[in-house]
Write a protein that binds this ligand. Structure first.
Ligand code: AFP
Length: 334
């Protein structure tokens, strides 16, 4: 049996904190709170198809999408546990029109952006789900949105929770990516540290039903992915789960590429479906710290500065070779 060091998330974070004598422990506390939210959400999800907790709430989000009851629940869990202790000044979520400014505003050192439930269409069928988060240091109170609307490189930590056969939390901080798995004792234990994404991989994830609306470069690139390599006679395999977190988690560990490119299906949303602050920036940081890349096709996702808190951008994320190749196709060199 493989020997696994039983290091808890808290122990791991405290060890990392010791390397920074100036650290106050607030970031450690904040990451622990996010992990706590993940445990509460995972517990609710485990029995949700029995308890009647799935299905739509009576509300819609700012994008006009009907909210699932569990979207609303998960959003409230985050707001409840980010509120106390004066650590977070602003929380912005895909499910709220405006960011929530906590009452102790002025003292909280961090802003948190999050997508409480990623892959909501999987809720009713017990499919893979996730929660995505990005953390920035708050800027001066006078500044627009306290520094929330900045480049993804301003994130000091980011990551996601994956609700699959096991619940896992993936944290990118200090240039490193680590994966922790929730065990029956209710603790997250370190399962992989210093995660490195393979430089190339053989899986791709994209909603090909949107092909008619793609740019020519994207169409040609996906054709290239499907064309067998003359040496191995193998093409890239399609793996699409309707949950970005689910698809990205595979790519993080086995390589490959996920795309939600710009498309012309909705003139109000030319940059594709995914949101800069809640999905693209956090996963781009995880990818970069693991040696992968995230591109819009015209530049690095981490360099995108969102115009507002619900801005979208195209996302092509994964192994460096596959993402480089996408950029080449978009530049007409594919
Ligand atoms: P929801 O959480 O609103 O279902 O969106 C999920 C998601 O943002 C991402 O996780 C999926 O990869 C993608 O959208 C699925 O979108 P399509 O249904 O358009 O393929």
């Amino acid at each position: 049996m493989k020997h696994v060091d039983q290091v808890t998330l808290t122990e791991y974070l405290l060890e990392r904190q010791r390397a920074h004598p100036e650290a106050t422990g607030e970031l450690t506390e904040l990451l622990n709170r996010i992990a706590l939210c993940g445990k509460i959400i995972a517990r609710k999800l485990r029995r949700s198809t029995l308890t009647g907790d799935t299905g739509y709430a009576a509300t819609s989000n700012v994008y006009g999408e009907k909210q699932e009851k569990l979207d609303v629940f998960a959003n409230e869990v985050f707001l409840r546990h980010l509120r106390y202790g004066g650590i977070v000044s602003i929380a912005a979520s895909e499910e709220m029109d405006e960011p929530k400014m906590f009452e102790h505003d002025g003292t909280g050192h961090y802003t948190v952006s999050f997508d409480p439930i990623d892959g909501s269409s999987n809720l009713d069928v017990n499919g893979t789900l996730g929660t995505i988060f990005g953390i920035r240091r708050r800027k001066g109170a006078g500044e627009r949105d306290h520094g929330l609307l900045t480049s993804g490189r301003d994130q000091i930590a980011a990551g996601y929770l994956l609700y699959g056969p096991a619940t896992e939390i993936v944290i990118a901080a200090g240039g490193r990516v680590a994966i922790f798995t929730l065990d029956d004792a209710g603790e997250f234990f370190l399962s992989k540290d210093g995660v490195k994404m393979p430089v190339s991989g053989k899986a791709y994830a994209v909603n090909e039903g949107n092909q008619a609306f793609w740019k020519d470069g994207t169409r040609r690139y996906v054709e290239w992915l499907k064309t067998p390599d003359p040496k191995t006679r193998k093409a890239h395999a399609t793996r699409y789960s309707a949950s970005l977190v689910g698809d990205f988690h595979r790519i993080l560990q086995q390589g490959g590429v996920y795309l939600y490119p710009e498309d012309s299906s909705d003139p109000k949303r030319p940059d594709g479906k995914l949101r800069v602050l809640y999905e693209c920036h956090p996963l781009a940081l995880v990818a970069e710290f693991a040696g992968g890349r995230a591109s819009t096709g015209a530049g690095e996702v981490l360099d995108v500065v969102p115009g507002d808190n619900h801005a979208h951008c195209p996302l092509v994320i994964g192994s460096k070779d596959e993402v480089d190749r996408y950029d080449a196709f978009m530049a007409g060199k594919g």
